[in-house]
Ligand binder design. Structure first.
Ligand code: UDP
Ligand code: MG
Length: 155
């Protein structure tokens, strides 16, 4: 029946929304000259870099960015690490970009990260794990606005 065929097609080919997500290449990676290798993985996965800048965070800026973790035991060390050397902050765009970025990054702890992921290949430890990625649409919007104005998102 035509109706069945149509619903089958829709189920097999779900329409994914084009999303934007915040990515940070962390100090352990910028220090080791890994920016290009990391971004090749994002681009190979179909993610487009639509905004990008290299900056060095102050402790206050790192602390505010990771404020959600303020009661965790690693918070102080995390902020010091993030402010220790330059980072590359960037916006990645693509279909399902938030989840796709997290997949390309791999698990937080590199020991648990799937082969071929950025963290499996490059991360030094659970703390110095080369990349940050937003975890949901709300945090992606907040984190992008923390670093970029609308005028800086150039597509
Ligand atoms: N982190 C850490 N120790 C931990 C867990 C996290 O130093 O036990 C650091 C690590 O750099 C991580 C960041 O805190 O990337 C934020 O933690 P989250 O759980 O949000 O992991 P992510 O979203 O980065 O995978
Ligand atoms: Mg997180």
């Amino acid at each position: 029946m035509l109706g069945d065929a149509q619903s089958f097609t829709l189920q097999e080919a779900p329409i994914m929304a084009v999303e934007r997500t915040l990515s940070i290449i962390k100090p352990d990676a910028t220090k080791r000259n890994l920016t290009g290798k990391i971004n090749a993985k994002f681009e190979d996965a179909g993610l487009r870099i639509v905004a990008q800048k290299r900056i060095q965070l102050t402790m206050a800026q790192a602390g505010q960015f990771y404020i959600v973790h303020k009661d965790r035991p690693f918070y102080g060390e995390l902020c010091e690490f993030m402010a220790s050397k330059p980072v590359v902050v960037q916006v990645l765009e693509g279909e399902g970009a938030i989840l796709k970025n997290r997949e390309v990054m791999g698990a937080t702890n590199p020991a648990d990260a799937a082969p071929g992921t950025i963290r499996a290949e490059f991360a030094e430890s659970v703390g110095e794990n080369s990349v940050h990625g937003s975890d949901a649409p709300e945090t992606a919007a907040e984190e992008i606005a923390y670093f970029f104005s609308g005028l800086e998102l150039v597509g």
